[in-house]
Design a protein around this ligand. Structure first.
Ligand code: FES
Length: 108
């Protein structure tokens, strides 16, 4: 039997984030995720570009489209799907809101 190390990790209340704001969070595993609030909704994606590891916090967000600042690959942050020039998908993470706190589904 395979036991998954994936679980729901607490992020705290995120309502202090402004619309359009991005915030990096380091998970216990050492992985860094990028939280993005846009159009009133929260999204969580891998903080590093799948192309050359550029920090995506330095990129731009237009609606649900995230653009890497280095070579301008783009993704839909709802699905991680590539748009335009991008050749690789972006890892996304599921978020859950419960009792005033946000949780991200990721490896411990
Ligand atoms: S490093 Fe992000 S597109 Fe090249």
């Amino acid at each position: 039997m395979t036991v998954s190390a994936e679980t729901w990790l607490p992020l705290g209340p995120l309502e202090d984030m402004e619309d359009g704001e991005r915030r990096e969070v380091t998970l216990p595993s050492g992985k860094i995720i990028l939280l993005i609030r846009t159009e009133g909704k929260f999204h969580a994606v891998c903080a590093d570009c799948p192309h050359q590891d550029t920090p995506l916090a330095e990129g731009s967000v237009d609606g649900t489209i995230l653009t890497c600042p280095l070579h301008f690959w783009q993704w839909d942050i709802r699905t991680g799907e590539e748009i335009g020039l991008a050749e690789l998908p972006l890892e996304i993470f599921e978020l859950r809101h419960e009792n005033g706190e946000w949780f991200v589904r990721a490896e411990k």
